[in-house]
Write a protein that binds this ligand. Sequence first.
Ligand code: MG
Length: 382
Amino acid sequence: MSEAKKVLILGASGSIGTQAMEIIAGREDLEATGLAVGSDWQTAVAQARGFEVETIAVADPEAAAEARKNFSGNVLEGESAARELIGLTGPDIVLNGVVGAAGLGPTIAALTQGIDVALANKESLVIGGELVTELASATGARLLPVDSEHSALFQLIENEDDSALDRIVLTASGGPFRGRTDLEGITVEQALDHPTWAMGGRITIDSATLMNKGFEMIEAHHLFNLPYDRIGVVVHPQSIVHSLIDLKDGATLAHLGYPDMRVPIAYALTWPERAEVPVERLDLAKVGRLDFEEPDPETFRCLALAREAGESGGIAPCVLNAADEVAVASFLEGEIAFNDIPRVIEKTLDDVGSGPARDFEELFAVDEASRERTSEIISGLN
Ligand code: MG
C-alpha cells in the first residue's frame, strides 16, 4: 500500500475540523500529522491522543500552557504557531478551517512551501484572492475548495473545457430572514437560527445577512477565474442543489445532495479520488420539491456591498471582510442592531477607500486600519 497522505488540520476543534477528523479516522490513506486550534486545548489534546499526533498548535498562550500540562507531545503557541506547525510537520495537504482573516497567514505559508490547501477559510480568497492565486500558480500548489458551493462548482467544472463554460450560479439558502423586506429589530437569537446548515457564530450571521454569499461570489471569482457578470446567485431554501453551471450549448449541470459538509471535505482531502462517505443518500421523492427565487439585494444590502467590493478589487474586499468581522462581533455582543451591520460596512468602505493590493503586508495593514475605522464608526453610533 502506498503511504498515507499527511493532512494538517487548522481549526481542528471547529465544525469543519471535527468532521475532517471523522473522515480521516475512517480512511487508511489519510493520516493526521498535526492539529492547530485557537484556544480549545481540550479538544486538540483529545484529538492528538486519538490520532497519535505528536505536535499541536494552540494560538492562545494560556490555553497552550494548559495543553502542555495535559499532553506529553509538542505544543506550539502564539499567533504564528499554525505557520510553524506547517514548516515542522511537512504535510501533503493543509486543511484550513480557521474562521476569519486569521486564516490568511497559514494559507500563504502552505502555498509558499508548495503545499496544497483544502480551503474552508473563504477569507483567504476574499481578502487576498489576487495575491493568493498568483502565489499558488507560482509554486504549483493547489487550492481545493471545501466551501460546499465551490466544491460543487469545482466538481462540475473540472470535467468541462474552459471554453464550454458560460456562467456559474451559486445557490443560497436565503438564511432565516428569506422573504422579509424589513430587517428591523432582529435579535441575536433569531439571526443565529439557520434553517439548513449548523455552523459557527460568525458564518451563521453572515448567512443571515447574505454577506456569506457575497464572500462566496468573491471566492468563486478567484477560484474559477471568472468575471462577476458570469457569477450568479439564486436563492434555494432547501439547500439540496449546491450550485450550477451553464454551458454554451444550453445545458445546465447541477450538484445535489443533502447538506452535509463531510462530502466537500472528503472530496478536497481525497481528490482526485472519490471517497466512500457514509452520508444519507439523496431521495428526491422524499424531498418532494425544490424552490428557487431571486435574491433581494435591496433588503440584504451585504450582498450588493460584496459584489461592488469584488468588482472594485484590490484592497476593497479586504476592507469589506474586516468591517464585517468587527460589525458581526459587535452585533453578537448586542452593541449594534442587525441593520447596522451593512451600514457600518458601507461607511468603512467609503472611508478607507480603494486601491490596488500590492503585497500581503499591505493587505495586513489595510485589514488592521479597516478594523480600527469600523470600531470608531460603531462607537459613533452609540
Ligand atoms: Mg458555502
